[in-house]
Design a protein around this ligand. Structure first.
Ligand SMILES: Cc1ncc(COP(=O)(O)O)c(C=O)c1O
Length: 309
């Protein structure tokens, strides 16, 4: 669904609540040319206690860290960004939404080095359902191993959520969709499993859980960490610095994606090969159920992960 069909009307830009249609930048904005913006993707869930932003503080941590890595100096405090976001959700009467803060080099000059370009900040929110489709959460997704490799962290820092890096994600995702798959898995430079274009990858074997570590050139996903915590608390052994060879994908008992957008999505085939029984596996199901119980606040556990609107 496009923005024009959504009931949203306000975007926060550099301290001002702006009409959606007026939230514009100049075509010579530095980050538009060189991919030098950093951003976050955050979800706010509809709960009995009202809308609740999931792990806002961790997303803010990552936003400021990403910004610092690209020499951005965000001109707003954490409190200002938090208040702006809460107010955006309230003003637009959103029960649940996706939140997109973006920090970018603005308009001044177009040398690759941003020099005097200001660091501008905007926040928008809009309703966004299941990223890979509602049925994907139950039935799982068909994925292909991309012919695109993930750039190594020594080329573009992969734990930094920079816009330019998403060329890799876009190419991998488009290749997968062009070939009839729902999503891609991207291998790192060494040929081991890195992540999805917008998701981290988990593998289940003999009741134990494996996910690539940060040295595999992945984003340090907040949902990844959430699932590690939830699974550990459920009693699972979680190997969070795993090296997963491509071939292990084909022989895994279960595979699933995690991400703010994708939440916890089972993977049912890789390169047309069925994973396990070709349906959502039991460990994935237990973790996914627990994840949704937590984010939709059907439990009091982990309450400090939520910022209530
Ligand atoms: C490349 C990439 N990996 C992993 C993730 C998952 O991270 P998170 O759980 O913080 O959304 C995302 C989404 O933000 C992503 O873009």
């Amino acid at each position: 669904m496009g923005f024009e069909e959504m009931d949203v009307d306000t975007i926060w830009m550099d301290g001002e609540f702006t009409d959606w249609a007026d939230a514009q930048v100049h075509v010579l904005t530095h980050s538009l040319h060189y991919g030098t913006a950093v951003f976050e993707g955050v979800r706010c869930y509809d709960t009995e206690q009202g809308p609740a932003i999931f792990r806002w503080e961790e997303h803010l941590d990552r936003l400021y860290q990403s910004a610092a890595a690209l020499d951005h100096e965000i001109e707003h405090t954490r409190e200002e960004l938090t208040e702006a976001t809460l107010e955006l959700i309230r003003r637009q009467d959103l029960r649940s939404c996706y939140i997109r803060p973006l920090v970018y080099y603005g308009y001044d000059s177009l040398g690759v080095s941003p020099e005097e370009c200001p660091t501008d900040t905007m926040i928008a929110c809009w309703p966004w359902g299941a990223y890979l489709g509602e049925e994907a959460l139950e039935e799982g997704v068909d994925v292909m191993v991309s012919s695109w490799r993930k750039h190594h962290s020594s080329m573009i820092p992969t734990n930094v959520k920079a816009t330019g890096a998403y060329i890799n994600s876009m190419l991998a995702g488009e290749e997968a969709r062009g070939n009839g798959y729902i999503e891609a898995i991207v291998l790192n430079k060494e040929g081991d499993v890195a992540e999805g274009p917008g998701e981290n990858v988990f593998m289940v074997n003999d009741g134990e859980i494996y996910t690539p570590g940060l040295a595999e050139s992945i984003l340090d996903g907040i949902t990844r960490q959430t699932v590690i915590d939830i699974a550990t608390d459920l009693g699972y052994e979680v190997h969070e610095e795993a090296k997963i060879a491509r071939g292990q994908l084909y022989t895994a008992d279960e595979l699933f994606f995690t991400g703010t957008a994708a939440e916890v999505t089972p993977i049912r085939t890789v390169d047309d090969k069925e994973i396990g029984a070709g349906t959502r596996g039991p460990v994935t199901e237990e973790i996914q159920q627990r994840f949704f119980d937590v984010v939709e606040r059907r439990t009091d556990d982990y309450d400090d992960w939520f910022s209530y609107v």
